[in-house]
Design a protein around this ligand. Structure first.
Ligand SMILES: *Cc1c(COP(=O)(O)O)cnc(C)c1O
Length: 398
């Protein structure tokens, strides 16, 4: 039976410009819509479906968990929360974890940590350094930290206490903070996602780490999108050999089950005390099982290596196929987080790619973003490029 997909959604709020399809099921990196049309999934639910769709090891584990207990409340211990926290601590070189359900919640917790860190050492009006083009979520505090006027417009007054600086410019960071005793933290994404796949350089990450140590600030790195193996390391900042003090995670951590986490190092692990923070769904048995199984399967199947290898292959292929094409500004990113920036807004390509059987997104107006599942193969990469490159060339010739 084919369901008709309504062109509009009369009863859900008008918050998304949706494409006129609905996905009914998926398998690996393929999905099918309710009319039976097949797509190659280059979006992975926006960097969420780490293991692809209906992974044969994840599905029975989640079914088992749902049959036992989904939610119990934080009045009680959740054994898998301890298992997952221990794993994240090992992988990150940090010490303690707080669980929540989304990326903005993880970032909200990070901002609270930074403010309390300041208050605990006598800073009454703590300030946090944030970045141009950053995206940290859509709660009032996280949209205030976000560097995009479109996200902020209509929601003022914004939360105060942020200083905004450009990416990859250590002198600008020093200049913006020199002599300011109220600064308590620096907060950024290692590779900006919504802002257009903009990487922080390794050298800059090392410089900021050093500055944070010298000035006793928290280094807080939002790895909600670029983390969890996507770049070929567990966390993207690890390419620079640094360890942050606070690291929000979400998206790929549960391979599709809602989950968020804030990982803290020694400087931030003891800031929250009982009563300071909490959330009803955070750390629930289903989400914790999803996190534990996601990481276990990633390790079993060597998905970090796969992300690095296939991502590198895809990026090189796109660079080669698009070389000399007027209107292609840059192909950038790392592992399976790739952005293709064009010289003109290209939002229309999401629909055209969809028509051609490929799911992707366009962000920051002119950046085609590819964040597929980490099980993506070289053959999938070839197929993706085979669909996308002609679409880009056609679009740029118009
Ligand atoms: C998606 C995203 C968020 C927000 O996550 P939600 O789960 O949508 O609240 C925050 N930071 C970054 C870097 C993201 O990519």
């Amino acid at each position: 039976m084919t369901a008709n997909v309504p062109a509009s959604s009369p009863h859900t709020m008008n918050t998304y410009g949706r494409l006129p399809i609905a996905l009914s099921h998926g398998r690996g990196v393929r999905v099918w819509d309710t009319n039976g049309k097949e797509y190659l999934d280059g979006l992975g639910g926006i960097a969420v479906n780490t293991l692809g769709h209906a992974h044969p090891k994840l599905v029975p584990a989640l079914q088992d968990q749902i049959g036992k207990i989904i939610h119990s409340s934080n009045y009680y211990h959740v054994p898998n929360a301890e298992v997952l926290a221990k794993k994240l601590v090992e992988l990150s070189g940090m010490t303690n974890v707080f669980f929540c359900s989304t990326g903005l919640e993880a970032n909200e917790a990070a901002l609270k940590l930074a403010r309390k860190y300041g208050h605990d050492k006598g800073v009454d009006r703590p300030k946090i350094v944030v970045y141009e083009k950053a995206f940290h979520g859509r709660s009032i505090a996280t949209l205030s930290a976000t560097g995009n006027e479109k996200v902020q417009k209509g929601f003022g007054p914004l939360v105060e206490g942020f200083i905004r600086v450009p990416l990859n410019d250590i002198e600008a960071l020093k200049k913006a903070t020199d002599g300011d005793k109220d600064v308590v933290a620096v907060f950024f994404e290692t590779i900006q996602g919504e802002g257009g796949v903009n990487p922080m350089r390794a050298e800059y990450l090392q410089q900021v780490r050093k500055l944070c140590d010298e000035r006793d600030w928290l280094l807080m790195i939002d790895e909600v999108q670029c983390g969890m193996g996507r770049t070929g390391k567990w966390f993207a900042h690890q390419w620079a050999g640094i360890v942050p003090d606070v690291m929000p995670l979400a998206k790929g951590l549960g391979s599709g089950i809602a989950i968020g986490a804030v990982v803290a190092g020694p400087k931030a692990a003891d800031i929250f005390q009982p009563g300071n923070h909490g959330t009803t769904f955070g750390g629930n048995p289903l989400a914790m099982r999803a996190g534990v199984e996601t990481i276990r399967i990633m390790e079993e199947e060597g998905l970090l290596e796969n992300a690095a290898k296939v991502g590198g292959y895809l990026k090189a292929k796109l660079e080669k196929d698009l070389a000399g094409v007027a209107g292609v500004k840059e192909v950038r990113g790392q592992g399976l987080m790739i952005g293709i920036e064009l010289t003109k807004p290209c939002g229309v390509l999401t629909q055209r790619a969809c028509d051609a059987g490929l799911l992707l997104s366009v962000t920051a107006d002119s950046v085609i973003r590819l964040v597929p599942s980490l099980i993506f193969s070289q053959a999938d990469a070839d197929e993706l490029a085979g669909i996308l490159v002609p679409l880009i060339k056609q679009f740029l010739s118009e």
